[in-house]
Design a protein around this ligand. Sequence first.
Ligand SMILES: [Zn+2]
Ligand SMILES: [Zn+2]
Length: 176
Amino acid sequence: MRKIILIFLSEINPALANELRNSLHETFHRNIETRHQVTDLRYAYDSKRKQYISPRVLSRLGNIRKDRDAMILAVSDVDMYSPGYDFVYGEADISAGIATLSIYRLVNGEDGIHATPKVLQERVIREAKHEVGHLFGLGHCNSATCVMRTCTCVEEVDAANGGFCETCALKSNNSQ
Ligand SMILES: [Zn+2]
Ligand SMILES: [Zn+2]
């Protein structure tokens, strides 16, 4: 049984951290190990773009000691990007079983509106399910309300909050 290790690389509101943990447990039926591991992410900083390079965080996380079959979701509050993208909410390295997730762009949408705690919580949980969904072997989905849809703005994130669509739910059950 693969467990999920939830690592908080930044200080995250404890209530949010707890809701995220519970939601991942309910969705994937796995034990969730929570680690609060506030980390200096300067090694991943790109001073030209004033953003953090997600693949660097992913590869550093690869050094973390974990059971071979455990998965890692690492949550931070810094603005991340991956080559080819203006920014990413998160990124999954499927072969390593490791994913990143940043709340930075989920707090402040492109519209500049600061999310309420409730809205932020829904967005974070949605993105967490998306990245862990990748670790369970799911690809992107065309359904507008499925969490495996690719989102490029918070409006899409808010719309794609309907859980896994039937097809994705089936695939994820098969891979568990
Ligand atoms: Zn994705
Ligand atoms: Zn789907």
